[in-house]
Design a protein around this ligand. Structure first.
Ligand SMILES: NC(=O)c1ccc[n+]([C@@H]2O[C@H](COP(=O)([O-])OP(=O)(O)OC[C@H]3O[C@@H](n4cnc5c(N)ncnc54)[C@H](OP(=O)(O)O)[C@@H]3O)[C@@H](O)[C@H]2O)c1
Length: 235
């Protein structure tokens, strides 16, 4: 069965991708830690859109979680045609005063899990001569950000890595896109134990997804969501 796998699908931008792509008749595999939320979302989307939706509740920071996730989809004969590496979190504050463990976990999730999942599913996509990968970066990827130092650096990695492999994979009919949202109204700031710098002009997750899907359909390697965010990324 052909599926779209979305990490971080239990809330925010990942959930908005799930809802939108279910409406477009994608069969889904939803991944995050919150099993109840994933279960309820799968049930709702299957009932509403007549698609197949599975969930895999897993902490992507855990050792070899990417491998377990990969084998789970393989075992059930799922062909991951679209991979959306969206799970991620941030922290805010003076780096020297933040918890080292949290900063390292952030690198594990935002970078290591994303690279590992990209690698594993890319091999299969190459074999099939078709695929779409969306890696969620951020407008924070465009410059170093004091007081979000580790987070911005992880997103700079995601953008650079994704844009590089986008070119490597064009000849194989595989689209790789770095999606760069600006401040978006999700659970992100709560999870980071932080206040957004400004709430005015914040996008909704649905707006981010709308822009993302338009860009992906044009084969773009980088998408900045929102005009003001785009202008900020250029200058
Ligand atoms: N909101 C913004 O302003 C903004 C701006 C630019 C980029 N982004 C990026 O957008 C992506 C989605 O974030 P969001 O804004 O939608 O925030 P969110 O609502 O907090 O969503 C984060 C998602 O990641 C999952 N997640 C977190 N830790 C995980 C782990 N260890 N293992 C598996 N899943 C995990 C969460 O689910 P569980 O808690 O259930 O595991 C949740 O589904 C992130 O990569 C973020 O960096 C956000």
């Amino acid at each position: 069965m052909k599926v779209t796998l979305i990490t971080g699908a239990s809330s925010g931008i990942g959930e908005a991708f799930a809802r939108r792509l279910a409406a477009e008749k994608h069969n889904l595999v939803l991944v995050a830690r919150s099993e109840n939320k994933l279960h309820m979302l799968c049930d709702e989307l299957m009932l509403k859109y007549g698609i197949t939706a599975h969930y895999i509740a897993i902490d992507l920071i855990d050792y070899e979680a990417d491998l377990r996730l990969f084998w789970e989809t393989e075992k059930h004969g799922m062909e991951v045609e679209w991979l959306i590496n969206n799970a991620g979190f941030g922290s805010m504050g003076d780096f020297a005063e933040l918890e080292l463990e949290t900063e390292l976990e952030m690198i594990n999730l935002n970078i290591m899990a994303l690279v590992a999942l990209t690698y594993r599913y890319l091999q299969k996509m190459r074999g099939r001569g078709k695929g779409t990968i969306i890696n969620v970066a951020s407008t924070a990827s465009f410059q170093p950000v004091p007081f979000m130092a580790t987070y911005a650096a992880t997103k700079a990695f995601v953008r650079s890595f994704s844009e590089a492999i986008a070119e490597e994979n064009r000849p194989f009919n595989i689209t790789v896109t770095a999606l760069c949202p600006g401040p978006t109204d999700t659970n992100f700031f709560n999870a980071a134990d932080a206040e957004p710098l400004q709430t005015k002009g914040m996008q909704t997750p649905e707006e981010v997804v709308e822009t993302a899907l338009k860009g992906v359909s044009r084969g773009k390697a980088q998408i900045v969501s929102g005009w003001t965010n785009y202008i900020g990324s250029v200058f």
